[in-house]
Design a protein around this ligand. Sequence first.
Ligand SMILES: [Zn+2]
Length: 288
Amino acid sequence: MPELPEVETIARTLASEVESRLILDVEVLDESAIAPEPGSFRERVLGRRIARVDRRGKLLLLHLQAAGGKDGGEIAVHLRMTGRVLALPPGESPVRPRVVLTLSDRGCGAMLLVFSDVRRFGRMLAFAPGGGPDSIDHWPFYRDLGPEPLLITAEEFRQRLAPRGKKSKARIKALLLDQGVIAGIGNIYADEALLRAGIRPDAVAGAISARRQDKLFAAIQAVLTQAIAENGSSIRDYRDAHGDAGSFQNHFRAYGRAGQPCLTCGAALRSLRVAGRTSTFCQHCQTA
Ligand SMILES: [Zn+2]
């Protein structure tokens, strides 16, 4: 599932292709892939200009502009398991297209923005502008997202792990995966950061010293920053907006390496279920 570095890479590769283009046509090939229903979806995006592409947590965001430069709302894409957003020349089609937006010529030919999704867990959502009930600010998932891990300080991170000053009894990995605590981290980068910080995934968050929480925060920032520089991790499905794979999977020390030797101490890595997810860790290098 694409996490922060993968969605950041998609946003960057998509931006250069689609920013400033108008949405001239909308083809919905799978009504369950969009919200709201096709009539309203079309009304919210047709004729709008894609002003800017960015990301919030694991959500890809296309900020739209209406006629006269007015706010035109947003398209949010939740990629989930196998969702892809691709910028393609007309005539090309990826596997399982769900939504196809035809974009205006920008002096370098027309362009298609295609949302494809083999397993159909992803969603493309159109929001109205203006802060009203149909705006993105009223979408509970978006409104409740925690802060961006690359934009906060170590002190803010410690506060997120101990809301209202209370020591959390939750497992540290469960908190890292909770998008309301901190946005954008999933199974891959949680395991990689915990191994680098020497903290077991099932450690009780409130029992981790401030010094080790700071070490974890530094590991999260380092892992995410390096993964962005490597254009994300391609294990199975993830590709950027040009269809290219990332390369951070070549730097994995934990994720998917259960049974293989720890790159620090040589012991076989173990796996464990935490927060319903398989977690890989080193029982020598990581402690509770
Ligand atoms: Zn080790």
